[in-house]
Design a protein around this ligand. Structure first.
Ligand SMILES: [Fe+2]
Length: 241
């Protein structure tokens, strides 16, 4: 589905109240009040490059880019985890050679970014960004540490559930998905307007990773499984910024 098509679908879904993707303007999520479009969306025609690109070769991704625990001299503090899964289309077909980028807070809940100045420590051994390409079966794998929860100023005593941001390019620029992956049983789910801006409870569930013993490595790291489904359809992964 193209971006414009998706925007139109989201607009329609807002009217009906049923959508995998959250509405652009969700008042409890304060930033959307300003950034949500107030006027009808314009449809722009696609050019060839939007529907055929990007094509990523393996040379664009370094061998260690998917391991956020090995980007510095020492290892970061925190619970070491392996996050893996597949990128699929809504018919369940794998999407190979798709660029996935992630970014996250450190184990203390602090981003390595000048805008984040809340009083939790930075970790000199953790930057919090990684990337990889899916293989021929649509599989990906990251090694990182579990991000901490962090405060944000959306409303009084507002804390985000632990999450990892994902950007997935899919087969074409117009398939790009930006979303957030959560961890099972987070006590903050009920209080988080970003999580709850996805109105369909089944769609919310699809943003929560599952603990996975098969990918857990003894004496080393916990495994979490997270599949990403790109495209229109009731089984898609929600678009969440
Ligand atoms: Fe975040």
């Amino acid at each position: 589905m193209g971006v414009q098509e998706e925007q139109l679908q989201r607009g329609k879904a807002e009217e009906t109240g049923s959508s995998v993707h959250p509405p652009y303007d969700y008042p409890d999520y304060r930033a959307t009040r300003l950034r949500g479009p107030k006027r009808p969306l314009l449809v722009l025609p696609h050019t060839l490059s939007e529907s055929t690109g990007p094509v990523f070769g393996h040379e664009v991704v370094g061998e260690l880019d998917n391991d956020l625990t090995r980007q510095h001299a020492g290892e970061p503090l925190g619970q070491r985890i392996i996050v893996s899964g597949r990128v699929l289309d809504t018919d369940g077909r794998p999407i190979p050679s798709s660029l996935i980028e992630i970014w996250q807070a450190n184990a203390a809940g602090r981003y390595n970014h000048k805008v984040d100045q809340h009083p939790a420590p930075l970790d000199p051994n953790f930057t919090g960004g990684g990337r990889c390409l899916t293989d021929s079966e649509g599989r990906y794998r990251f090694v990182t540490v579990k991000p901490g929860c962090y405060p944000w100023e959306n409303h009084p005593n507002a804390w985000r559930p632990a999450h990892i941001h994902f950007s997935v390019f899919g087969r074409a620029f117009t398939h790009r998905l930006v979303t957030q992956m959560y961890f099972p049983d987070d006590p903050l789910f009920a209080f988080d307007p970003i999580f709850n801006s996805v109105r369909d409870p089944r769609a919310r569930e699809r943003m929560i990773s599952q603990f996975e013993l098969e990918t857990t490595i003894e004496n080393w790291a916990l495994g979490f499984h997270f599949d990403i489904v790109l495209g229109r359809g009731s089984n898609g992964t929600p678009m969440v910024h």
